[in-house]
Design a protein around this ligand. Structure first.
Ligand SMILES: [Zn+2]
Length: 372
């Protein structure tokens, strides 16, 4: 699905409170610091396109009931005198089915005097269809999800090398190599894979400007993907590190989707995705660290999103980051989890659904809101 990238002001939010990672060998601050590029984050970002799309179906809320056509005035059953009688306002409405109070205009109530009019049979009155009862407007459209689309964001690139993992080995090269392996495996399983960059250069479209973190989030959000993985690498620790957003889960509210906390509607599903990936990585025999750390731009993503950081296969041997067999093992474990995730993922719960749900169930999104 394509979304016109209209520019509009996003809501400013100063969020992202820092919390301690529970199991990581690094604190969230260290993780954030390590993967932060040099550029300053813009204060506003294009999100209007998304919001506009979300609003497409809302117009139905404003639909008025159909204009009420004047109800046919029942005709007297018998011939009437030539002179209009005061009793002409008394309509033989008793044969009508119950209907909402319906104003009868004075003009309509003055029935034309029927001089030689032959009375229609009484059943003609009974055939008048009941007045249509206004029905409730349909609910707003569900949050759409492309279940066969995965977004991979190989961190850094071009002028931004990322971390220097060892002599001659930079993070940007490890993340791109891992992205290639993941793309190949995922495509073989029927996924459409969108990369925010597919070469060393990390440029913004046709321009030569460096891809910002918000650019990456914008690319990802337009895909409405079933999962978005932000790929990073480190020479510290071992195995695969998973980081999910630290935001508090919140129901989806399209009209007030702030850029810096947009992930809050998806964070519950991101947590489930982290669990699925953790199980698969552990099954594959690789060391795992899973915790919360709001590495930008994960908080701005409108999809189940995780930071996947590849650490050395062996502690103290950072060169293993670039080992092909090791990368393939990690990529296969991630792919295996995503194949099941395609059907497991649930769309975020809308605010109206959350308020209607029982207390305590707000973090459980409605499966009915997703189109397969
Ligand atoms: Zn990084």
């Amino acid at each position: 699905m394509t979304v016109s990238p209209k520019l509009a002001a996003g809501t400013l939010a100063l969020a992202a409170a820092v919390a301690m990672a529970q199991q990581s060998t690094q604190t969230p601050e260290q993780v954030r610091e390590q993967h932060a590029p040099k550029e300053a984050a813009p204060l506003v970002h294009p999100i209007g396109g998304l919001k506009k799309l979300f609003h497409l179906g809302k117009k139905k809320d404003d639909q008025k009931p159909e204009p009420q056509t004047p109800e046919p005035v029942a005709t007297p059953a018998k011939s009437q005198p030539a002179t209009p009688a005061p009793s002409s306002t008394a309509h033989p409405v008793t044969a009508r089915p119950p209907a909402p109070a319906h104003p009868v205009s004075p003009a309509a109530s003055v029935a034309a005097p029927a001089r030689t009019y032959s009375a229609p049979p009484a059943k003609a009155v009974a055939q008048i269809p009941p007045h249509p009862v206004p029905i409730a407007p349909p609910p707003p459209p569900a949050v759409a999800v492309n279940r066969n689309t995965i977004v991979l964001d190989p961190g850094h690139g071009g002028a931004d090398p990322g971390a220097r993992i060892s002599d001659g080995l930079y993070e940007k090269d490890v993340t791109l190599a891992l992205a290639y392996r993941l793309r190949s495996l995922l495509q073989a399983r029927g996924f459409t894979v969108v990369l925010t960059r597919d070469s060393d250069a990390a440029t913004n479209g046709s321009s030569s400007s460096q891809l910002t973190l918000d650019d990456r989030a914008g690319i990802a959000n337009h895909q409405r993907a079933v999962a978005c993985l932000l790929l990073h690498a480190t020479g510290v620790g071992e195995g695969v590190h998973l980081y999910r957003s630290e935001l508090t889960p919140a129901p989806y509210e399209a009209a007030t989707l702030p850029w810096l906390t947009a992930q809050s509607a998806w964070v519950a599903q991101s947590q489930v995705l982290a669990t699925r990936l953790s199980q698969s990585i552990t099954r594959s025999g690789l060391p795992l660290v899973s915790s919360a750390a709001s590495v930008r731009p994960v908080d701005s993503l409108t999809c189940p999103a995780l930071v996947v950081e590849l650490a050395p296969q062996t502690v103290g041997d950072p060169d293993t980051d670039s080992d092909g067999r090791y990368q393939q093992q990690a990529a296969e474990a991630i792919t295996a989890a995503l194949v099941f995730w395609r059907n497991d993922m649930k769309a975020p719960q809308r605010a109206d659904e959350a308020s209607a749900a029982a207390p305590g169930s707000a973090s459980i999104p409605s499966a009915s809101a997703v189109k397969p």
